[in-house]
Design a protein around this ligand. Structure first.
Ligand SMILES: Nc1ccn([C@H]2C[C@H](O)[C@@H](COP(=O)(O)OP(=O)(O)OP(=O)(O)O)O2)c(=O)n1
Length: 161
């Protein structure tokens, strides 16, 4: 990680559970990354392709933390404070580049994520998918061959996703 980007200096509004600091929003991060780049005259480097490559690089750094560890239980029991802090840094790098990439592409990331969740919910109806990790194509393929679909191509429930 390089410099620490101060958060929460707005100091008002809702407490996001962070001990009195304002909840961090995607818009806040978008603005901070925009200011960060402008102040350094780095807008010239923040092209969509460069940001995508930087994002992928940070995903690689994030992956390195888990590399060779085998399965890691939730909550990361036994991990040291520094290791968890390092994890936070790499997660943050991924998020920051994603936010910046979205901004440079003119995509409202928050809106896009909410819309995608609605699509996901339609694709994976609770009634059919609960308790199963199968890909939606598992049952849509089944539906296409007529064994378990209705006239709209929706799974009838005979096949689980
Ligand atoms: N041209 C750049 C370079 C950096 N950053 C910001 C976004 C990331 O949050 C962080 C990435 O910095 P580094 O490239 O120094 O990568 P790391 O922080 O991962 O450091 P290192 O690679 O030494 O582990 O800085 C940026 O916005 N634009």
């Amino acid at each position: 990680m390089n410099g620490v980007v101060g958060l929460g200096e707005t100091g008002k509004g809702g407490d996001g559970g962070g001990g009195g600091e304002a909840a961090v929003t995607l818009e806040m991060l978008r603005k901070k990354m925009s200011d960060f780049a402008r102040e350094r005259d780095w807008e010239q480097f923040h092209s969509p392709r460069n940001l995508l490559l930087a994002l992928v690089g940070e995903v690689g750094e994030l992956s390195e933390i888990f590399q060779w560890k085998g399965e890691v239980p939730k909550g990361l029991p036994g991990w040291g404070e520094r290791e968890v802090e390092h994890l936070g840094e790499e997660l943050a790098d991924v998020l920051l580049y994603l936010v910046r990439l979205s901004d440079m592409c003119g995509v409202d990331l928050g809106k896009a994520a909410l819309r995608k969740m609605e699509l996901n919910a339609r694709k994976y109806p609770v009634g059919q998918c609960r308790g199963s990790s199968k890909k939606h194509t598992h049952y849509s393929t089944t539906t296409n061959n007529g064994t378990a679909g209705d006239e709209n191509g929706n799974a009838t429930g005979k096949e689980q996703c």
